[in-house]
Design a protein around this ligand. Structure first.
Ligand code: SF4
Length: 239
């Protein structure tokens, strides 16, 4: 089915609209992903190996949204296959969520990086508001096709892209919110936050937080319940 992309009146992040936006005529995730390979709506494609589009089943009940591909993902062309992806897989396992039944994507589809002062390492750089806004139409299109029961934002970048700049991750993580995006929306920490902790005790506590939040997702999926507080978070044209 041919669809035209519907934009918000304002970008969800940043004050400026991207000068060049992707235009989609998506029929399926496969076609959308193929189209995204040629995207040049912001400058991030220039230093990246390839577009890393979302991955998973079109009938997924849950869509996970991370920030952007990392070094490994950029090379392999698949989301969440690097060290953070391993943490994510363990957290999903512990929470009882089957990765093969979900859809996983990023708010930004190209790897943003800077060279390390010494050596060949590529250091992750946070995408800016303009880049996130430029990439938002791809995310919106993915969500329109999948139509998940619940959207889970992993980390502050994804949360603010979907839930707005006023969203405070560490205060509001794990809250099941109502949204036009899906029956429910929740945000939790990005799995890379577990890796960034300085010691084993903090690692365990960050992992427990992530797994605890993912168990709430599992609950929503198994009971079909949502939005216990009924809080509505921002309007979106997605539905
Ligand atoms: S980051 Fe997103 S908007 Fe920018 S070039 Fe890549 S796919 Fe296009």
């Amino acid at each position: 089915m041919k669809r035209s992309l519907q934009r918000r009146d304002q970008p969800s992040v940043g004050e400026t609209k991207p000068s060049s936006e992707p235009r989609h005529k998506e029929n399926s995730l496969t076609e959308l992903g193929a189209e995204a390979k040629a995207c040049k709506a912001c400058d991030l494609w220039k230093n990246a190996t390839q577009t890393v589009f979302g991955e998973g089943t079109e009938s997924a009940e849950v869509v996970f949204i991370g920030e952007q591909p990392g070094d490994r993902e950029d090379i392999e062309g698949r989301p969440f296959v690097g060290p953070a992806g391993k943490v994510f897989n363990s957290a999903l396992d512990e929470a009882g969520i089957d990765r093969t039944k979900v859809y996983i994507t990023n708010a930004v589809k190209h790897f943003k990086w800077t060279p390390a002062p010494r050596g060949k390492r590529r250091i992750h750089q946070k995408p800016n508001e303009l880049e996130i806004a430029a990439c938002l139409p791809w995310l919106e299109a993915e969500l329109r096709i999948v139509k998940p029961a619940i959207v889970v934002c992993l980390g502050a970048t994804a949360a603010q892209s979907v839930l707005g700049k006023s969203f405070r991750l560490m205060r509001q993580h794990g809250e099941i919110l109502s949204s036009p995006l899906a029956r429910a929306v929740m945000a939790t920490i990005h799995p890379s936050a577990v890796l960034r902790t300085p010691d084993e005790a903090s690692r365990r506590s960050q992992m427990a937080l992530l797994v605890g939040d993912l168990k709430k997702v599992s609950n929503v999926l198994s009971h079909g319940s949502h939005t216990p507080g009924g809080r509505n978070h921002r309007q979106s044209p997605l539905r």
